[in-house]
Design a protein around this ligand. Structure first.
Ligand SMILES: C[S@@+](CC[C@H](N)C(=O)[O-])C[C@H]1O[C@@H](n2cnc3c(N)ncnc32)[C@H](O)[C@@H]1O
Length: 208
């Protein structure tokens, strides 16, 4: 038995193996569970709330690929400021582009999911976990990493990784006069699932 399989989940965390166990508002997500995490059957953990925010694996992989291929070489650290159940952190760690991935999550049960899920994907040793408020942690523990890091944020209220219905004019208001940013839709089976706004020095010519 592997290490992740032996772990005991906190009470807020579930692994649903049968539709009969799944709360009604999560059922649509549960039907897509293998697209959300291809290794779901290996015992992926999620809290009931985390289902709504987790980035599906193909999209997380694509975002990881886009960031890896477009950032300046001196950026060697990736900080996932709102790590959730680990969808993006795992993809960043798998990309192999980063010396280290730092993942911050304020909810201890959700953080337990992210750590457990990273073990299932075999990338736990590449990620340093922080439990707490990302704004405080970025200002204190991680403050010296600024010049070497890229910060990825998929907060619950949506700033960088955003709902597909986001208002582009609102995003544009966050850009200095004359500057340009890249805004990209990430789609699964022909429909947009998310939108990412890339603020900063990204070379986007290689993106597909
Ligand atoms: C949309 S989810 C992130 C999902 C994640 N990208 C994934 O794929 O699993 C947002 C997460 O941010 C966490 N969060 C909210 N405010 C936070 C804060 N100030 N510091 C750290 N985490 C925070 C929430 O608990 C939630 O788990």
């Amino acid at each position: 038995m592997n290490e992740a399989a032996e772990e005991v989940a906190p009470p807020e965390v579930h692994y649903y193996s049968d539709i009969g166990e799944v709360p009604w508002d999560i059922q649509n997500y549960w039907y897509q569970r293998h697209r959300i995490f291809s290794k779901y059957e290996e015992g992926i953990w999620l809290t009931d709330e985390a289902w709504f925010g987790v980035t599906p694996e193909p999209i997380a992989n694509k975002i990881a690929e886009h960031i890896a291929s477009s950032v300046p070489e001196n950026k060697v650290v990736l900080i996932d400021a709102f790590a959730g159940a680990g969808g993006n952190s795992i993809a960043f760690a798998k990309s192999g582009r980063w010396k280290r991935v730092y993942a911050i999550e304020k909810d201890p049960a959700v953080l337990a999911c992210a750590k457990h899920n990273a073990k299932i994907y075999g990338v736990q040793s590449k990620i340093t976990w922080f439990e707490g408020d990302c704004f405080a942690i970025l200002k204190k523990q991680l403050k010296d990493l600024g010049p070497y890091s890229v910060i990825f944020a998929s907060p619950p209220w949506g700033v960088l990784y955003l709902p597909r219905t986001s208002d582009l004019k609102q995003l544009a208001r966050l850009v200095d006069n004359g500057e340009k940013i890249h805004v990209k839709h990430y789609c699964m089976e022909g429909s947009s699932k998310a939108l990412c706004a890339y603020y900063g020095d990204f070379k986007t010519s290689t993106w597909d």
